[in-house]
Design a protein around this ligand. Structure first.
Ligand SMILES: N[C@@H](CCC(=O)N[C@@H](CS)C(=O)NCC(=O)O)C(=O)O
Length: 235
């Protein structure tokens, strides 16, 4: 049995990717359960099962021995110190986690650009609202979120958000990559040299680079969180 079991929908990067990147960077002993044969029923059983009652609401979730924990940022908060991707000092860690939660806020807004009314409806059934939601996301929220992260890096004048690379740096790579996939025109207008340099530094980390060129790294697609609908990229 692997040390860590990651449970996430098997055909998209989605929120699972934030956890996957940390596991890959650390070369942790993990298995992506739902991508294995018979893995989906195992995932659904944990989602629906009773156990001690504290079952996950939604993927991604992580299993380590008898422990099952959900919520992307919570998983990374637990996992980071165990795989060398979080600061040792608790105060420093809280401030790295603050960045991770802000990334999660941004990811939720990205999802709302194509699903502003209901996740249960198709994009095609909420296109009008999606266009309205996206125009605000593109003109107001992308600059505000990315401007904030850029200024944090600038103020620290370091290579990473903290003293060394953490799960928040890896997640920033994923956020930037996803935004560039979904909103190429809008992203071309952002002045974020430090974030782009950080994204490149993450991509060049040997374990991340090996992962990105492996079949385990799925391509972005229009079932995931970051979707390329040119009509929503009002840049
Ligand atoms: N806040 C949670 C959100 C989890 C979530 O929305 N998961 C999606 C896939 S990315 C899902 O399967 N949701 C099902 C649902 O909300 O009913 C996290 O960050 O992990």
């Amino acid at each position: 049995m692997s040390e860590y079991e990651l449970y996430y929908w098997p055909t998209i990067q989605g929120r699972g990717e934030f956890v996957r990147l940390a596991l890959e960077d650390a070369r942790a002993d993990y298995v992506d359960v739902a991508r294995t044969e018979g893995g989906m029923p195992r995932m659904m059983a944990l989602l629906q099962g009773t156990g001690d009652g504290l079952r996950p609401f939604a993927p991604p979730f992580l299993r380590h021995r008898s422990l099952v924990i959900a919520q992307t940022a919570n998983i990374l908060h637990w996992l980071g110190p165990r795989i060398g991707l979080a600061p040792d000092d608790a105060d420093d860690h809280a401030r790295i986690h603050q960045l991770q939660l802000t990334i999660a806020d941004c990811v939720a807004e990205v999802h709302e650009t194509h699903h502003p009314i209901a996740s249960s409806l198709y994009y095609e059934d909420q296109r009008v609202e999606a266009a309205r939601r996206s125009s605000h996301f593109v003109s107001e929220r992308i600059p505000k979120f990315l401007g904030y992260f850029e200024s944090v890096l600038e103020a620290g004048s370091r290579e990473w958000f903290g003293a060394s690379c953490t799960y928040a740096d890896l997640s920033l790579f994923q956020l930037l990559s996803g935004l560039e996939y979904a909103f190429p025109r809008a992203m071309a207008k952002q002045r974020i040299p430090k974030l782009r340099a950080l994204r490149d530094r993450v991509a060049q980390r040997p374990n991340v680079a090996a992962y990105l060129s492996s079949p385990r790294r799925l391509a972005f697609n229009e079932n995931g969180i970051f979707r390329r609908y040119p009509e929503l990229d009002a840049g």
